[in-house]
Design a protein around this ligand. Sequence first.
Ligand code: PAP
Length: 360
Amino acid sequence: MTLALVSSPQSLYCNTLTSSNENAEKEAIEKTYEKFDILVETLKKGKGWMTEYLVQFQGFWLSPSSALKGVLFVQNHFKSQPSDIFLATSVKCGTTWFRALIYATINRSNYSFNTHPLLYTGPHDCFPFLDAFIYQDYLVSHSTSSNNHLSPRLFATHIPYGLLPKSMITSGSKFVYICREPKDVLISTWLFMNKLRPKHLLPLSLHEAFQMFCEGVSHYGPYWDHVLGYWKASFKYPNNVLFIKYEDMKKEPLFHLKKLASFLGKPFSEKEEKEGVVKEVLKLCSFDNLSNLEVNKTGILRYSSRIFVNNCYFFRKGEVGDWQNYLTEEMVKHLDLITMQKLKGSGLTFGSPDYLKLNL
Ligand code: PAP
């Protein structure tokens, strides 16, 4: 089914295009490709999870062919609008879930819950992943620019806060940031990436993945730096950055969805609450509901020009604490200690791990 998006990105680069500024923009894009070709050869390399290697750019590890390109294009070409809404996450922190929640919340008066587009469309197809969309769909985005009155535009991104162009931060756009307990992120990432790892590369062992994660060599990592960037921004710009933990949403979904809706400028009215609309949104976007839909069991997401991902890969268990089934006691201690050291003084903690009792 083709979904008629109510809130979709249209022209990502310019608000109004004439042929002359379109040509100038195309030239600038060519320059970015040239810059990319030169840059990628000069960057430090680290072992990859689902690619042969990652490169380190401005302090973060990125896959060279997609994430690095995406960051460069966003930094050099993306024109944000004050009404834009970004769902920002590091990988495996809840993008799929919150994509559905944000989409359903923003568009709740446009659809009935019985025939909702999310019943037929994977959450990843509801609004685009900016980092990949920006360089892949240049022409598409221009040819549909007549629709760019639609507002707000919704995007998902994995780009670390410190790598965002200044214009995105100062434009007034809103960022919803989702973070997750690092041990669950590690396990979820390891299992997911091994499914996508090309056949010619041997599967990553948990031991290797653990080492790489702890050293910060993970997609858009170090994970803790990613989290801290948005954590600090949420204090500096509380009206523009909302920071939510995956675990908190699991524990108190009603409270956090209402907070999210208010932050997005679409608070649930008393009448809606009484009519059960908040609960309907939560039910629609729940793991049980989404993971059992045909589209999410059999559909395929075109993640980038070369990567296609089965929708079902985005739904595994959706639980808190599954790391207990994989990590040894030693691994847990080591990872908790890194987390404690990295987050020290920030005020951010995850759960109540043993290290908090250590007074380190
Ligand atoms: P991405 O970074 O590739 O987009 P993302 O959606 O952020 O992935 O994370 C996937 C995780 O969210 C999976 O966690 P798990 O491996 O620990 O199970 C997935 O199961 C979980 N997830 C997906 N949808 C939901 C949902 N509706 N509610 C709760 N968790 C969900």
